[in-house]
Design a protein around this ligand. Structure first.
Ligand code: ADP
Length: 260
């Protein structure tokens, strides 16, 4: 036999293995980095309302004879911060649940028209407070194999955003359609819109376009991450089109039959 050939082969094999190993290591590092980043983001987000609560309660505690008015104002602020903390925790729980149940989809045949109607019925009172009209247009009756809870969460988050980031007297338009393979849900709004350079990031966990404005509006930055997670678990896709100052449209497409 040819010994040099054997060496050559062994060398190539070792090099290939080293390459594969390095590649895997790289992937693991990326995973680990994003986990570390997530934990650090979570801690930060949970701490922000806590810091405000601490400042508010301390300043009440250290003041003598606090006027009732001031006391009430501080208590109102405290209550708001608690509400915010609660929202973040609830969203986080949804997200974690989504990760955990990635391979336990609870699939059944669901009437999507009814599902959308039910969500809109729940959200219309919130929209009405800001004079926002919510319209549903169904191009055909759609029944699909989906995880009802997860899909509801995704659509609810999209419509909630369409209401939250809208303008006074605006509108939200939800459309449902299907072909022989997929069904399509479109959530369009007449709202503030999203700048082109931001649209790539809005699905990231905790990402908010305008931190202070979003804070005023009361977001956690998790809604779209949850929505995308739920849609991807259905082997679907979500896209966004937006014009700043004019409005935003989210389009969702999901297979009619579930492929595990
Ligand atoms: P949040 O809890 O802040 O609403 P999301 O993950 O749901 O978090 O959305 C991320 C960010 O994307 C929001 O903070 C907002 O800046 C932007 N955004 C989402 N939906 C819309 C929309 N319909 N119109 C304008 N901006 C939006």
């Amino acid at each position: 036999y040819d010994e040099s050939m054997l060496h050559e082969n062994a060398y190539t094999e070792t090099r290939q293995m080293t390459e594969a190993f390095n590649k895997m290591l790289g992937r693991l590092r990326v995973l680990d980095d994003s986990r570390t980043e997530f934990v650090s983001n979570v801690s930060h987000e949970l701490k922000t309302p806590l810091t405000s609560m601490k400042v508010l309660s301390d300043s009440l505690l250290t003041q003598e004879d606090v006027p009732v008015e001031l006391y009430k104002e501080f208590m109102g602020d405290l209550s708001e911060e608690i509400e915010r903390e609660n929202k973040i925790i609830n969203d986080l729980l949804s997200l974690v649940k989504m990760d955990k149940t990635a391979d336990t989809m609870n699939i059944s045949s669901v009437n999507i028209n009814t599902l959308v109607e039910r969500i809109l019925k729940q959200l219309r009172p919130i929209a009405a407070k800001n004079n926002i009209e919510v319209v549903f247009e169904s191009f055909r009756p759609v029944t699909a194999e989906v995880d009802e809870v997860k899909l509801s969460l995704a659509i609810t988050n999209l419509v909630e955003n369409a209401i939250k980031y809208n303008q006074e007297n605006g509108w939200v338009h939800v459309a449902l359609n299907a072909d022989h393979k997929l069904f399509y849900i479109e959530v369009a709004d007449s709202g503030i819109g999203i700048a082109p350079e931001e649209t790539d990031h809005i699905f990231e966990r905790f990402y908010r376009v305008d931190k202070s404005h979003s804070r005023e509006i009361g977001g956690t930055g998790l809604g779209l991450a949850i929505a995308r997670s739920a849609i991807v678990m259905h082997r679907g896709a979500i896209k966004v089109y937006s014009q700043p100052g004019k409005g935003t449209t989210f389009t969702v497409k999901i297979p009619l039959t579930y492929v595990s």
